[in-house]
Ligand binder design. Structure first.
Ligand SMILES: Nc1ncnc2c1ncn2[C@@H]1O[C@H](COP(=O)(O)OP(=O)(O)OP(=O)(O)O)[C@@H](O)[C@H]1O
Ligand SMILES: [Mg+2]
Length: 259
């Protein structure tokens, strides 16, 4: 069976840090627009997998392919259609800025910039003039329930508000894939779920795929699909166990849960 709408494909991914083997042969496909939860015990390799897929780190062996169309600027299109893992750091950096968005656990906003400029930053780094970038950035404040907070510094925001600003920043460049590594790890349960609802909802509406690392089964339940990482390998998750179709029992349950 082919995967016509794969946006990212990782094949045979291995990664070690000294004696520690973080990835021990992972094959994974991220489909355009889907939300994929990555679960597994601490130290199993979830963040390493995310970093390899996102071009933050290079795997020791294996391939990461971005199956996107050509990007506007900077990166040669044949490279972009090909292997991320073989790009040099400047090209990977450009790719991360233009094709991907990132949400981490916390501490990702620049403390000296107001919220709207934090969101505008990826656009400004791409050459959009400050005024236009901030104007575009502010359009995300309403949908993310942040209206009125545009001028606040990160230190003047609650944890949940700061994460919503981080989500706005991840989305502002219209990425193909959003990578989120335990984005609710520093939030209480209720605030965390609010953030997850917004993150999955705006990603879906934006047509961005979401790769979401989480320890929380309630969070994973909001994704279309879940994979489990164990000792650097993917273990089949129950949501994927049905042959053939992209909608396992979990996805059906999720669809019901969402309504
Ligand atoms: N920069 C690094 N240097 C050395 N070892 C590392 C590094 N990054 C990860 N590791 C090791 O690789 C393995 C996988 O780490 P990784 O961070 O991917 O786990 P994880 O599943 O994200 O864990 P957690 O849930 O605690 O965040 C662990 O044994 C870890 O100690
Ligand atoms: Mg981790």
């Amino acid at each position: 069976m082919n995967t016509p709408s794969a946006v990212l494909t990782g094949t045979g991914l291995f990664k070690s840090y000294g004696m520690a083997r973080a990835l021990a042969g992972v094959d994974i496909v991220v489909t355009a627009g889907e939300s994929l939860a990555v679960m597994g015990p601490s130290g199993s390799g979830k963040s390493t997998l995310l970093h390899c897929l996102a071009g933050i780190e290079r795997p020791d062996s294996g391939e990461v392919l971005l199956n996107g169309e050509r990007r506007e600027r900077g990166v040669p299109p044949d490279e972009v259609r090909g292997r991320i893992d073989q790009l040099r750091e400047p090209a990977r950096s450009e790719l991360r800025r233009t094709a991907f968005g990132f949400v981490f656990q916390s501490g990702q906003l620049l403390p000296e910039l107001p919220a709207d400029e934090n969101v505008a930053l990826p656009l400004m780094l791409g050459g959009t003039p400050r005024r236009a970038a901030v104007e575009q950035a502010r359009q995300w404040f309403g949908p993310l329930g942040l209206q009125g907070l545009e001028a606040r510094r990160p230190g003047q925001l609650s944890g949940g508000q700061a994460q919503r600003v981080a989500i706005a920043r991840a989305l502002v460049g219209k990425p193909k894939v959003i990578f989120a590594d335990e984005p609710t790890g520093a939030l209480d349960q209720a605030t965390g779920m609010e953030v997850i609802h917004l993150l999955t909802d705006v990603s879906r509406r934006q047509g961005a795929a979401l790769v979401l690392v989480t320890h929380d089964a309630n969070v994973a339940r909001w994704c279309d699909r879940t994979v489990q990482v164990r000792d650097g390998r993917l273990a089949e998750a129950h949501t994927e166990s049905e042959a053939g179709a992209g909608t396992g029992a979990g996805a059906e349950a999720n669809a019901g849960y969402r309504r």
